[in-house]
Design a protein around this ligand. Structure first.
Ligand code: CTP
Length: 426
């Protein structure tokens, strides 16, 4: 159903219904996503008033917003009809959304400088403000930007943190504007007055506590060759390691993922593909100077002492030829090696895959391998371990702290592990 203006009729129970939303659009390539956001909010029944900076108009024509929004675009503090548009906009708004928010707009807003209609409106409002930054990774991670973000967050401004992915000019990294649907959900949660603990508000509360931190993560089970076609492997899916890598990335870390798992490369993460324990050892060693290392991989403890150059033949069926005996030798314990050579300040995290005496075994491994954090994982429990999307773990710290977690998603486990790491780094 559409109303007389041709817009879909508002869902009466949507928090957007009847709300006046000032949509601030500043100058970045992501300005095109604000068009979709505008449409989503209109469809949900909001009255959307676009405010564009001069730079924004270089990326998207004002005619696009003129046609889509409830009112024509406003661009100047010296309004044609309204002598003081910034106070009218600021005082009558139910919420102000800035998407994309450039480093300049964020800086001006944090410093209280009204250098145009958008920043003047932001300073002239008491309505909730949702800021959605978008910029190149270097600009986003710059101390000045992070400081400004902290200032705004401290004043109660809501933030929808940028995502990792492809940026302007083909670069890849954190700084891409969150997807319109994510911003829409975040604004909806603000309008609905949901508490910060509500999962719908996660993009608003997601923090960047790993900005500037290098994290090396290993994931997957290694494969040890018997001959050119056979190997000794294990049941690890790599999902927990990938969840740690993506969680660290989302929290601002520069992540290297050393992986033997056949999973797609997470965007914004450096990936090093390996197969055997020896390859994993070499790859991890190349990134062992990271601030944080998480060994989530299921590294083989043994490998065939000799790898046959040709496929081992089974012999004639029914013949009395005996099956071959495969002699095994120990692989190197990568994590124990990292523990021995641990530089000051580095946080080293291991995973203990256990099927019995879980906490005792995990605590012994934590001490033996000189770790800071050990994640004890009963891989035989229902809903835990290999290939599941959930896990049941207990986090052990070197000071004896024991933190059991309820059954939860591998992403939630990842965030809990990173929380423990962040505490130790403080
Ligand atoms: N690990 C490693 N190199 C190995 C074996 C294990 O780096 N050759 C790491 C794993 O990535 C994990 C931790 O050590 O973080 C514990 O692995 P786990 O398999 O639970 O224990 P092990 O030390 O191999 O001991 P066991 O197999 O006897 O339980």
């Amino acid at each position: 159903m559409t109303d007389s203006a041709g817009h879909p009729e508002a869902t009466p129970d949507s928090p957007f219904s009847g709300c006046r939303v000032v949509l601030g659009v500043s100058g970045g390539i992501a300005a095109y996503k604000a068009v979709i956001l505008c449409r989503l909010m209109m469809d949900a029944g909001a009255h959307v008033i676009p405010v564009m900076t001069a730079a924004a108009q270089r990326f998207v024509g004002r005619a696009t917003f003129d046609a889509l929004a409830s009112e024509r675009v406003q661009t100047s503090i010296f309004g044609e009809d309204d002598p003081i548009p910034h106070t009218t906009l600021g005082q009558t708004a139910d919420v102000i959304v800035v998407a994309p928010a450039t480093a300049r707009v964020i800086g001006s807003y944090a410093a209280g400088i009204s250098d145009g209609l958008l920043t003047a409106t932001l300073l002239a409002t008491r309505a909730p403000v949702v800021v959605c930054p978008a910029m190149h990774t270097e600009m986003w991670e710059h101390d000045a930007t992070q400081h400004n973000i902290e200032v705004l967050a401290g004043r109660g401004v809501h933030l929808v943190v940028p995502e990792a992915g492809r940026l302007a000019g083909g670069d890849v990294g954190t700084g891409r504007l969150a997807e319109p649907a994510t911003i829409f959900a975040a604004v909806e949660a603000v309008l609905a007055g949901l508490p910060e603990s509500d999962p719908a508000r996660q993009p608003l509360t997601a923090c960047r506590d790993f900005a500037g931190v290098s994290v090396t993560v290993s994931a997957g089970g290694t494969r040890e060759a018997i001959d050119p076609v056979r190997f000794i492997g294990n049941r690890s899916s790599g999902k927990q390691g990938y969840a740690i890598a993506t969680a660290a990335r989302d929290r601002g870390a520069e992540v290297t993922l050393v992986t033997s798992a056949p999973l797609p490369q997470p965007e914004g993460v450096r990936e090093v593909r390996v197969t055997s324990a020896a390859e994993m050892d070499a790859a991890v060693a190349a990134y062992a100077d990271a601030d944080v290392i998480v060994m989530a991989a299921a590294v083989a403890d043994f490998r065939p002492a000799k790898v046959a150059a040709q496929k081992i033949k089974k012999g004639d069926p029914g013949s009395s030829a005996e099956a071959p005996v495969i002699v095994l030798e120990h692989t190197k314990d990568i994590l124990a090696g990292l523990g021995t050579a641990k530089p000051p300040g580095q946080v080293l995290v291991g995973f203990a895959a256990e099927t019995a005496d879980v906490l005792d075994n995990a605590a012994q491994k934590l001490a033996r391998k000189n770790l800071d954090v050990m994640v004890a994982n009963d891989v035989s429990a229902a809903g835990a371990g290999f290939a599941h999307d959930t896990n049941i773990v207990t986090i052990l710290l070197a000071d004896g702290t024991v933190r059991p977690l309820p059954i939860c998603s591998k992403r939630e486990v990842a965030d809990a592990v990173l929380d423990a790491v962040a505490e130790l780094r403080r």
